[in-house]
Design a protein around this ligand. Sequence first.
Ligand SMILES: NC(=O)c1ccc[n+]([C@@H]2O[C@H](COP(=O)([O-])OP(=O)(O)OC[C@H]3O[C@@H](n4cnc5c(N)ncnc54)[C@H](OP(=O)(O)O)[C@@H]3O)[C@@H](O)[C@H]2O)c1
Length: 178
Amino acid sequence: MKYTLAFACSQDGFIAKHSKDNPFEWTSKEDQNHLQTLISENEWQVMGRTTHELNPNHNRKRIVFSRQSKEIELIKKDIPDQFYFNPDLHQWSDFEKICSGNVLILGGTSVHDFFIYAELVDTIHITIEPHTFNGGVRAFSYINFKDYKPYFLSRNYSYEEKTLNDNGSILISFNKNS
Ligand SMILES: NC(=O)c1ccc[n+]([C@@H]2O[C@H](COP(=O)([O-])OP(=O)(O)OC[C@H]3O[C@@H](n4cnc5c(N)ncnc54)[C@H](OP(=O)(O)O)[C@@H]3O)[C@@H](O)[C@H]2O)c1
């Protein structure tokens, strides 16, 4: 089982302009293609309730974090592979029993925080789009945008950077050294 965390952000480090923002309105085609590739490579997705509700998709296998969930339970009775999970109450071994394949972590802030704090993440992909928001939803609550590179390098990740297009979209990736 491998955990991959991926998000797109503005060049000042915000993953959304506000909590109901849809990033598809400002991400590049290249980032959207990259995301589709990641979705096809990972059997399961994990996200917070807000992100799930903004992007409903009945065909994807999802674990949705929510503190409203007292039990690990189906989000909708007629959709077999989408569950609410509350990491404050539920066992991680039960999460890993449900997710038999690779897992793609898709935000938002406190879901990113949880996986980085738990040191579960093998690969991090960050698309930096050529926009400035001057505020909004942060990617992590406790890591500043300008500190990503030193933070992850100091935690035994390697760093790669790739130009995605002529508009200035950049993909940076961190891979955990084994
Ligand atoms: N640019 C990108 O790549 C990207 C990626 C993802 C999301 N986004 C954007 O980010 C915004 C949403 O992000 P957000 O941070 O505001 O919300 P979010 O993480 O999507 O959802 C927050 C909710 O998830 C649940 N949750 C999160 N962490 C939890 C934990 N550790 N334990 C239990 N429950 C947890 C809680 O649900 P309950 O209230 O039910 O307890 C919480 O209210 C949207 O605009 C979305 O489009 C952008």
